[in-house]
Design a binder for this molecule. Structure first.
Ligand SMILES: [Zn+2]
Ligand SMILES: [Zn+2]
Length: 237
């Protein structure tokens, strides 16, 4: 039985010529009780255009989750605030006052995240991880295991996967989003993949800032458990 689905609405790559790729990331998560937009891409007009072509209605979004403050994840927030319904926005405590003020000013309810926490229903945040640039990742607790979504994975993809696994005491069924492995040697990427497998990550969908050669290596190792992600990809769980 289907409990939810995720639609990729912004990514560096696309699954179809009708959709516009762009550096950045955004995913629409449709659960029974909530419709969550994870990050907003770099450009609000591209985001809205892709959502329109994918028949996703912005006014149905009730929750926005922002992983970290980089512009390729928060650039579309103004358009989302203008187009969304009564919104609840979850962002890191480390975000700028300017962005927090814009969220409040648009009438949305602001939740500032610091630590790992239960948000609602089957949805959790890892809390802000990382010593430098802070970033939170989103966890959905599903029948098959955890679905974990990362923005750029600046704290490190293994650190995030480990934190999520320990937080819920369950293995990860699917880990996807930006893994931030561009310019990293093949040997290092291979050892990262091994660490993820040892943690019990069943399926992987690296996209956005992961880097083309790292994505190819994930595909080589994960084989049929590799999930190809681009604008227009639908993931059901
Ligand atoms: Zn980033
Ligand atoms: Zn990014």
């Amino acid at each position: 039985m289907e409990n939810g689905r995720i639609l990729i609405v912004y990514d560096n790559r696309t699954t179809s010529d009708d959709l516009t790729p762009g550096w950045g990331f955004s995913a629409l998560i449709e659960l029974r009780e909530r419709r969550i937009l994870f990050d907003t891409g770099a450009d609000g007009q591209t985001l809205m255009a892709n959502m329109g072509r994918l028949k996703a209605v912005p006014s149905m979004i009730d929750t926005v989750f922002l992983s970290h403050s980089h512009g390729d994840h928060t650039g579309g927030i103004e358009e989302v605030l203008a187009a969304g319904g009564q919104l609840e926005v979850y962002l890191g405590h480390s975000f700028s006052d300017r962005l927090k003020t814009a969220v409040r000013g648009a009438g949305a309810k602001l939740h500032e995240v610091t630590r790992a926490n239960h948000l609602f229903g089957t949805v959790y945040t890892t809390g802000e991880l990382g010593l430098g640039l802070k970033e939170q990742s989103l966890i959905i607790d599903t029948e098959k295991g955890l679905v974990v979504i990362t923005g750029c994975a600046h704290p490190g993809i293994v650190t995030i996967a480990k934190a999520a696994t320990e937080q819920l005491s369950r293995p990860i069924d699917l880990l996807f989003g930006g893994f931030h492995l561009g310019g990293i040697s093949r040997g290092k990427v291979r050892s990262i993949i091994t660490s993820l497998q040892e943690l019990g990550v069943s399926r992987a969908g690296p996209c956005h800032c992961t880097g083309g050669s790292a994505i190819a290596l994930f595909e080589e190792v994960y084989k049929e458990s590799f999930v190809s992600v681009g604008v227009g990809t639908t993931i059901k769980f």
